[in-house]
Structure formats: structure tokens, C-alpha cells
Design a protein around this ligand. Structure first.
Ligand code: GLU
Length: 448
């Protein structure tokens, strides 16, 4: 092992020791560190300044009590988090996740990934993430509102348009951002549009932000295919999930001539060989807040599988858009065996390390989430630009900007992978390119 490899292994061991029990955080750190040897070799100044050690330690971690009253009058208590990971490139930027699985390790994995993702966009945004172990499933609008208000009663002290700009993630959409923004405005007595993104169009939101993560993922996949002289036309596509990312990924696949044959929620998945009716999925999920099995009411020819994994369905293109570690080694083996040519991550870290190895060893195209789904946060940065200039842009203009940003990210990944002797490796390309921009800024700032 070279001196650099030994050093990187030591850094990783320290991360594990200092952050016990945070499995997902360890996984995210390991995946990045495994790519960095060649760049660290070339830049001894990064090691001298302990850049990587500093990057692995959040600048600030806030953990707080979130008490709220449910519809029966019971007092409930959840835990809130905001991890402000790295502000070398701009204010901390990243979503809030409300899901019962949320604990510090999840927020840290997401915040860590966000640093490199946001750097890759080329825009002035640092990395952060937050959330709560609150479960919005089955809660009334009133309960959601009271929870969001209580969450913001603490969070408002820590955020601001130049400090930290949260947005949505799993369990946090337009409704929740509305309650959060309303409470922030009330507590601070400021109409500070740039403090949150993912806002409604009448109150500072940007066109295309809702669609951006899903559209961006498909734009990225289209760029990968294009580099191989291929496209979406006639491809059978599986998109896991049925939330914001999945539905708009499916919509864009259909616009580009592919067919999405399956999507899912946490209870099961549907298969519709005629192509998923995306408007119906949006209606079930966004309007009725129902379950994906209700799809069969209007589409009795489709099938529903309760439980199980959507990754048992064969496809040409896999777009995991549900959650972390949803594609395991066996699923990856199945996908490869059945002729899948591309995996692009709409979700954050949806493939386990074993699954990634299977996919990469088979030589099929693989895009990690920090590159593939960066269009979402990039459009948040466009929302911030519009807020700062008190302007609002048209759908076409904003979508063009998004597409150009995604093309640039793709180019950065490809060029960097080539430059470091790993052509076609989007993991190496994304990690090194994202890392370098942050490392250079940190060096410029001295030891802080
Ligand atoms: N939660 C999204 C992500 O994973 C978006 C974050 C944002 O727009 O700030 O990138």
C-alpha cells in the first residue's frame, strides 16, 4: 500500500471510531475516500493541511427536541437535526427529511454527499442536511402543520439566506415547506425568500424546482447514453419510488421516448407493461396521499406485488429513486443478467457498495446520485438566484438552465475520470471533481 493509501485508510478508521454506529455515514465516507488516492498523490498540500480530515468533520451539528400535539391532544416528542457540514463554497444547502428511519447517521451521510454534489453543480452552495424521525404517514394537515411549526421554532435560529438554506427531501414537499416558511417569517418578522427553497410559485418558488431532481436524473442518463451513441428511445425503464423524484423522472423518460414499466412505494410495486400512467401516480401520491396499489382501480390490466423488490423486474435502464441501499448485490446481479445497460441514481446512495461493484464489473453505465440527481439542488440554487434578484424566470428558460448545468456536470465527471486514468468511471469522476473544488477553497481560507 502506498503512503497515500495508508493515510486514507487511517482517516477512514478515525471516522468510524469517532462516529460509532453511524453505518450510512461510514458508507458514504468510504465511497468518497476510495476515489481520492490519485488526487491526494498529486496534491501533497491537501494532506499537509488535513483537508480530508476536516471535510469528514461537520462544521456544526444541531440536535433538538421537537414537541407537538396530535389530533387527540397527546403531546408527542420527536428529534430534529441540522448538520451544517461544509460552507467552503457557499451557505450550507440541502434538504430536510422527515422519516422514522432518520437518526444522526442518516443526516450525516446525506450532508456529506451533499458537499460533493453541490460542488459538482459549479454553483456557490455548501453542503448540509437535516430532518427528523417524525413519520408524516397518516398524519392530518393540522398535525403536519404543528410539527413543522415546532421544528422551525428551533431551526430558525440557525438558518438564513447567507447561512444555511434548507429545502425538501423524503417526507418534505411543498406543503411542509409552506408551513416551515410561514413559521420562519412569523418568528423573524422578515420575508426572507432565500431562506428556504422548494417554495410555492406565489411566494418565491421557482418553476421547474418540483420537476428538477427527476428531470435532471433523466437528463444525466441521456447524456451517458449519448456518449455511447445511444438514447432512451424504445427503452424499458424501471423507476423505484413514486414520490417527487420518481414521478418526474418517469415523466421525462416518456418525453424522451422510453417506457417506464414499474414504480413502487414502501408497501409494494406496480408493473404496467403499457407504460405507467404518470398523471395517475401523481394524483394518487400528491393529491390523495394514497398508496400505489390504488393504481389498479383505474388500470386493472396492471399488476401489483405486495412487499418484494421492484428490482426483480427486468429492464434496460434502472433509475432507483426511492431511498438508500434499495439495490442490493442480488438485485444488481439480476439487473446485469437481464441486459440492463444503465443505472442512474435519482435517490441518494440507493446502491449498496456490493451492488455498485457488480454493476461496474459488468461494464454497464453507472452514475452515482451525487452526479445524477444534482439537478434538484442546482435548481434550488437557481431559485436562490431568482430570490436574490426579486425575479422569476419562465419554465423554458429555467429548464434550459437545468439541462445545461446537468450537461456540465456530466462533462466534468467524464473529463476528470479521463484525466485520472479511469475513463468511464463516473464515481471517480464525480468524487474527484466535487472534492477538488471544495479542497481548493478550504486551502485558500487557511485553517478554519
Ligand atoms: N434533498 C435534495 C437533494 O438530495 C435537494 C436539496 C436542495 O434542494 O437543497 O439534493
Amino acid at each position: 500500500m502506498s503512503a497515500v493509501d495508508t493515510h486514507l485508510v487511517g482517516v477512514f478508521e478515525d471516522v468510524v471510531r469517532r462516529n460509532p454506529g453511524e453505518r450510512e455515514f461510514h458508507q458514504a465516507v468510504r465511497e468518497v475516500l476510495e476515489s481520492l488516492a490519485p488526487v491526494v498523490e498529486k496534491h501533497p498540500e491537501y494532506t499537509e493541511a488535513s483537508i480530508i480530515e476536516r471535510m469528514c468533520e461537520p462544521e456544526r451539528q444541531i440536535i433538538f427536541r421537537v414537541p407537538w400535539v396530535d389530533d387527540e391532544g397527546n403531546v408527542r416528542v420527536n428529534r430534529g437535526f441540522r448538520v451544517e457540514f461544509n460552507s467552503a463554497l457557499g451557505p450550507y444547502k440541502g434538504g430536510l427529511r422527515f422519516h422514522p428511519s432518520v437518526y444522526l447517521g442518516i443526516v450525516k451521510f446525506l450532508g456529506f454527499e451533499q458537499i460533493f454534489k453541490n460542488s459538482l453543480t459549479g454553483l456557490p452552495i455548501g453542503g448540509g442536511k437535516g430532518g427528523s424521525d417524525f413519520d408524516p404517514q397518516g398524519r392530518s394537515d393540522g398535525e403536519i402543520m404543528r410539527f413543522c411549526q415546532s421544528f422551525m421554532a428551533e431551526l430558525h435560529r440557525h438558518i438564513g439566506e447567507y447561512t444555511d438554506v434548507p429545502a425538501g427531501d423524503i417526507g418534505v414537499g411543498l406543503r411542509e415547506v409552506g408551513f416551515l416558511f410561514g413559521q420562519y417569517k412569523r418568528l423573524t418578522n422578515k420575508y426572507e425568500s432565500g431562506v428556504l427553497t422548494g417554495k410555492g410559485l406565489n411566494w418565491g418558488g421557482s418553476l421547474v424546482r418540483t420537476e428538477a431532481t427527476g428531470y435532471g436524473t433523466v437528463f444525466f442518463a441521456a447524456e451517458m447514453l449519448k456518449a455511447k451513441g445511444d438514447d432512451f428511445e424504445g427503452k424499458r425503464v424501471v423507476v423505484s419510488g413514486s414520490g417527487n423524484v420518481a414521478t418526474y423522472a418517469a415523466e421525462k423518460v416518456h418525453q424522451l421516448g422510453g417506457t417506464v414499466i414499474a414504480c413502487s412505494d414502501s408497501a409494494g410495486y406496480i408493473v404496467d407493461e403499457k407504460g405507467i400512467d404518470v398523471d395517475e401516480v401523481k394524483d394518487i401520491k400528491e393529491v390523495r396521499r394514497g398508496r400505489i396499489k390504488e393504481y389498479l382501480e383505474k388500470h386493472p390490466h396492471a399488476s401489483y406485488v405486495a412487499g418484494g423488490s421492484i428490482w426483480d423486474v427486468s429492464c434496460d435502464i434502472a433509475l432507483p429513486c426511492a431511498t438508500q441501499n434499495e439495490i442490493e448485490e442480488d438485485h444488481a446481479i439480476h439487473l446485469v443478467k437481464n441486459g440492463c445497460v444503465l443505472v442512474a441514481e435519482g435517490a441518494n446512495m440507493p446502491c449498496t457498495p456490493e451492488a455498485i461493484h457488480v454493476v461496474q464489473d459488468a461494464g454497464i453505465l453507472y452514475a452515482p446520485g451525487k452526479a445524477a440527481n444534482a439537478g434538484g439542488v442546482a435548481t434550488s440554487a437557481l431559485e436562490m438566484q431568482q430570490n436574490a434578484s426579486r425575479d422569476s424566470w419562465s419554465f423554458e428558460y429555467t429548464e434550459d438552465r437545468l439541462q445545461q448545468i446537468v450537461r456540465d456536470i456530466h462533462k466534468r465527471c467524464v473529463t476528470t475520470a479521463d484525466q485520472y486514468g479511469r475513463p468511464g468511471n463516473y464515481v471517480v469522476g464525480a468524487n474527484i471533481s466535487g472534492f477538488t473544488r471544495v479542497a481548493e477553497a478550504m486551502l485558500a481560507f487557511g485553517v478554519i
